[in-house]
Design a protein. Structure first.
Length: 134
């Protein structure tokens, strides 16, 4: 937990290198459009987690532009982008149109320890959204 420490980029890189040495994957939870971390650091993450709850106001044009730019910048790194807690079908469509292929949402089904089946109509809707962007 590094929240309450002043940590330098070099220290973070050293910590991440040590974790990866133990075959751990590293994710960064993105909660803001501002990517102020150094590119050398962003390159080290295996996953970027984006919560739909953190970006519920992206419908406004300025926020949408900043959000799209942030997704494009994250896409330039090797980490996989994962969207979680998508709250509406409009937001889901936006994430799909931004080429985010890994999405988790209560719209698809409630959280469950087992692998639940997804309603056929929801699968069809997702496929239509995905096909429309092509």
């Amino acid at each position: 937990n590094l929240e309450n420490r002043d940590t330098t980029i070099d220290e973070l890189l050293k910590i991440i290198k040590e974790l990866k040495h133990h075959n751990l994957t590293i994710a960064l939870e993105v909660t803001s459009n501002s990517l102020i971390l150094a590119p050398d650091l962003l390159k080290k993450f295996d996953y970027f987690i984006i919560s739909g709850k953190s970006f519920h106001k992206i419908k406004e044009s300025q926020n949408l532009i900043l959000f799209s730019d942030m997704i494009a910048r994250l896409g330039s790194y090797k980490g996989t982008i994962i969207a979680t807690e998508i709250e509406s079908w409009t937001q889901m469509e936006l994430f799909i149109n931004l080429n985010i292929n890994y999405i988790s949402s209560p719209l698809l089904g409630q959280s469950n320890k087992k692998l639940p089946s997804i309603d056929y109509r929801k699968i069809t809707k997702l496929l239509n959204m995905s096909n429309a962007k092509r």
